[in-house]
Design a protein around this ligand. Structure first.
Ligand code: FMN
Length: 186
């Protein structure tokens, strides 16, 4: 899967209004020599298209679980085996639930389940404040943290929906910096 010895980051992008900021994140990581493999959920594709990600990462983008990426191998298995880090930014409430429950109904959730045990997972949530503070979301966060998943953000501020409070995506330069630290490349 990887054509070089560069660290591989699988970047999952979900259906959040902040999805466009993952384009800069892709660029930041790629400029640091990271092999970035982007997976867009179906609803992420309502906010952003694969073109910018594929150009900046210089790799095809996974948009569908049933898409072939690497010959005969399902894309989600090839990506899960190659990944040194799974980074989801922005991570929606729905995807947090999927990951906490171990659901496997799309490419991103299948990658997450098929990761090698030593692969680090870094999630950068972004959502409406009430969605973030809802006990269901917080229970999913606690479940994931207990499994060793790391969270970065969300930060407080004025949200796109007009609410003020926690829910904004953490600044992408700081997400990239933490990803590099986890890879030992900082
Ligand atoms: C305009 C708009 C903005 C949204 N922004 C967010 C968001 O920032 N965070 C979030 O968790 N859900 C947000 N949603 C809802 C998600 O898109 C929805 O829950 C979706 O099913 C997430 O699917 P995914 O996790 O598979 O990408 C938004 C929906 C709309 C219509």
């Amino acid at each position: 899967m990887s054509s070089s010895s560069a660290p591989v980051v699988v970047l999952g992008v979900t259906g959040s209004i902040a999805a466009h900021r993952a384009i800069d994140l892709t660029s930041l990581l790629a400029r640091q020599g990271i092999d970035v493999r982007v997976v867009l959920t179906a609803d992420a594709q309502r906010f952003v298209t694969p073109v910018a990600f594929q150009t900046l990462s210089r790799h095809p983008v996974v948009t569908d679980l049933f898409q072939a990426l690497d010959g005969w191998r399902p894309a989600h298995i090839a990506l899960a085996e190659a990944a040194q880090l799974l980074l989801v930014a922005p991570a929606s409430a729905h995807t947090l639930g999927r990951l906490a429950l171990g659901l496997a109904d799309d490419a991103l959730s299948c990658v997450a389940l098929a990761l090698r045990p030593e692969t680090r997972v870094l999630l950068a949530p972004a959502m409406n404040t009430r969605m973030w503070l809802h006990p269901a979301t917080q229970a999913h966060v606690a479940t994931l943290r207990a499994r060793g998943t790391e969270f970065i953000g969300p930060e407080e501020g004025v949200l796109a929906c007009g609410h003020e409070g926690p829910g904004r995506l953490w600044p992408v330069d700081r997400i990239a910096a933490r990803a590099l630290e986890l890879l030992g490349s900082a």
